[in-house]
Design a protein around this ligand. Structure first.
Ligand code: 5GP
Length: 115
């Protein structure tokens, strides 16, 4: 499987300011924020795209959403945020290691995640 920048960050080979880390995932700020709060929740398991997730990943996928909810709350956008997963190049995915975008306080500017 091709390695990605997120794989390197997960493994600590590239330093990153981790907002959250547990057994299953990390969270970091997006380097090019498209919203006032733009965070990424990244599973440690290198699933390339959402469509590559398997039935045994069910609990992991749920965990990512619960971590995202907590992070949104911790960053003051718990009542107003979106979760986004780009799946595949055609949808604007650029890093082929599954991740959830948390976009908070962006109601006045539509985030163009394909751009
Ligand atoms: P995708 O387009 O694959 O859904 O989202 C990838 C996201 O990762 C983009 O929003 C991009 O700005 C962000 N990104 C790419 N490389 C890095 C990096 O090295 N560090 C951080 N924090 N974010 C990155």
């Amino acid at each position: 499987m091709a390695d990605t920048i997120f794989g390197k960050i997960v493994r600590g080979e590239i330093p990153a300011d981790k907002l959250h880390e547990d057994e299953h995932c990390i969270a970091i700020r997006d380097i090019h924020p498209r919203a006032p709060v733009h965070l990424l929740v990244i599973p440690k398991k290198p699933i390339p795209r959402l469509v590559d997730a398997q039935p045994e990943d069910q609990a992991l996928l749920g965990h990512l959403m619960l971590v995202a909810r907590q992070l949104a709350e911790d960053h003051g956008v718990g009542n107003s945020f979106r979760l986004l997963v780009n799946n595949g190049e055609g949808a604007g995915q650029t890093v082929f290691h599954l991740h959830l975008h948390i976009l908070g306080n962006d109601k006045y500017s539509e985030a163009d995640m394909a751009g």
